[in-house]
Design a protein around this ligand. Structure first.
Ligand code: MSP
Length: 508
């Protein structure tokens, strides 16, 4: 179970995404995790929780440096990083990501937090100097064991790893093996979905070794405290963003406020870092472990791995320009079941836009508003019972609580279809001529159903949702009311004036 225990909880909720390498522009894969985190952030705000949403960029990676050199900016790496971080921030803004903080690991307070953390672990006796000899995949920024390889190659990047021999600082991760296994055993919800749990347990039992956490060959990155000949290994540095992002080492009160409720969202590719290395680091530093790590799946594009060499990397901005932001959000969350692998196809995106968005949702809203304007001068008629109830809301909360975003959206679309069917059955255009009282009942039910649809869609399709409320005649302050009040049937008051405005999803 996630740390959403009951709706209307008025609690703190701290959600994170991985911090992204900035050796390239954001693609739809990086947008995916960030959009999912945004859905949860918006959902918790809707519940009345106080939310801290952290995302950002992983800047001390060798990959970024190589990209800067390739771009001819090898002698002004910070400028390259600033430009790329800007591009990422702008993309997230364009995607309406409501992050609280965008952290960059080149920021001074992050460096300070890493130093403090390093010293704590060192004082615990968990850092030692030793010769390192091993296999390293620069694309993963990770050491691999022979058991990680497939046909001698990194399974993710299909590249032969480099052989490295050097003197490094090591983190005594193995000291925490038993404590970690016990924690996982006692906290069945720590690793989600449950299907990922065994993978992590087997890794900790059979393959977890002490980890080299510094490099002597790097010119970029955070220097090891007390030894400027070595730089801190990028993953050791990057994971600490989850602490520095909320004030570790700088603002203790803020840190204490948020850390206890943290929920990490990550892709399945980095689950071992988050469920083995990271908790071992936290145990060593004497800090509580995260509430939960949720690993979602990976998706391909038209059945192929997304890669520069295949020239099939999808830029989320181009989808937003072609359709709109909510369409991308809707598509990613309905088409790819959160937690499982999936496939992205523009063809199917187009199909869902036409059917689910334009024909079903868009049409329901525009014809209901048009009929209210034409037959009732745009005025909401008398209240009457309808077909969205508290059970629908309970089911919706339950799906989100279990990260089943596609089921939450399916539920909303069942209601949309039911409402469209109701229009066909009631034939308000006939009622307008023959039975004005029946017409009023039909239109109240439809208008109030649309209000509920607008509410359900707040976390998923925030702009569509706002447009719906606007057309129903609500001020934006309306949504600051508590959800238990908003989600009761009958929120639309008779006499309120609705105004049909722009079509939500114009035909392409
Ligand atoms: N910098 C590290 C994370 C450090 S967190 C302390 C990193 N960065 S990354 O830029 O390579 O990618 C991070 C995340 O992007 C993945 O874990 C995943 O969440 C997301 N995705 C990247 N490609 C993806 C797909 N093709 N499909 C789904 N998600 C994808 O790893």
């Amino acid at each position: 179970m996630s740390n959403i225990q009951s709706p209307m909880s008025n609690r703190n909720f701290y959600i994170t995404t991985p911090i992204y390498y900035i050796n390239a522009k954001p693609h739809v894969g990086s947008a995916y995790t960030t959009i999912a985190a945004d859905v949860l952030a918006r959902y918790h705000r809707l519940l009345g929780d106080e939310v801290f949403f952290l995302t950002g960029t992983d800047e001390n990676s060798q990959k970024n440096i190589e990209a800067a050199q390739k771009a001819g900016k090898g002698d002004c790496i910070q400028t390259y990083l600033d430009e790329m971080a800007d591009i990422w921030q702008n993309t997230f803004k364009q995607l309406d990501i409501t992050y609280t903080r965008f952290i960059r690991t080149t920021e001074a307070d992050h460096h300070k937090a890493v130093e403090i953390f390093w010293k704590r672990v060192q004082e615990k006796g968990d850092i030692y100097l030793a010769d390192y000899e091993g296999l390293y995949c620069p694309s993963c920024e990770a050491f691999l064991t022979p058991s990680d390889l497939e046909n001698g190659l990194c399974p993710y990047h299909k590249k032969e790893p480099q052989k490295l021999i050097e003197k490094n600082y090591f983190f005594r991760a193995t000291k925490y093996r038993d404590e970690l296994l016990e924690y996982i055993e006692q906290h069945p919800d720590f690793i989600q979905p449950i299907s990922r749990k065994n993978e992590v347990i087997n890794y900790i039992k059979d393959f977890m070794v002490d980890i080299s956490i510094s490099r002597s060959t790097l010119e970029w990155g955070i220097p090891v405290p007390g030894d400027s000949t070595q730089r801190i290994y990028v993953w050791f540095d990057a994971l600490i963003n989850y602490l520095s992002g909320i004030g570790f080492g700088k603002d203790d009160a803020n840190f204490e406020k948020w850390w206890g409720s943290v929920q990490h969202l990550v892709g399945k590719d980095i689950i071992k870092f988050h469920c083995a290395l990271w908790p071992a680091m936290l145990l060593s530093a004497g800090l509580p472990l995260p509430q939960q790590v949720f690993a979602h799946g990976f998706f391909t594009v038209n059945g192929e791995k997304m890669s520069k060499s295949l020239d099939n990397v999808i830029d989320p901005n181009s989808i937003v320009e072609m359709y709109n932001n909510d369409t991308l959000r809707f598509f990613l969350l309905t088409e790819i079941h959160f937690g499982e692998d999936g496939d992205f196809s523009e063809e199917r995106l187009k199909g869902r836009y036409e059917k689910a968005l334009a024909n079903e949702l868009g049409n329901l809203v525009s014809r209901t508003l048009a009929m209210t304007e034409n037959y009732l001068s745009g005025l909401v008629p008398e209240k009457i019972d309808g077909f969205v109830n508290q059970n629908n809301w309970q089911t919706y909360h339950n799906y989100i609580k279990h990260f089943s975003f596609h089921e939450a959206l399916d539920l909303v679309w069942e209601i949309i279809r039911k409402a469209n069917q109701f229009v066909e059955e009631q034939k308000p255009w006939v009622q307008a001529k023959e039975d004005k009282e029946a017409l009023k009942k039909t239109l109240y039910i439809l208008l109030e159903t649309i209000r509920h649809i607008g509410l359900f869609l707040i976390p998923f399709m925030p702009n569509t949702s706002l447009k719906i409320f606007d057309q129903l005649g609500f001020e934006s302050s309306y949504l600051s009311k508590p959800l238990d009040e908003l989600s009761r049937w009958g929120g639309l008051e008779p006499g309120q004036k609705v105004i049909k405005k722009e079509i939500l999803f114009p035909k392409k």
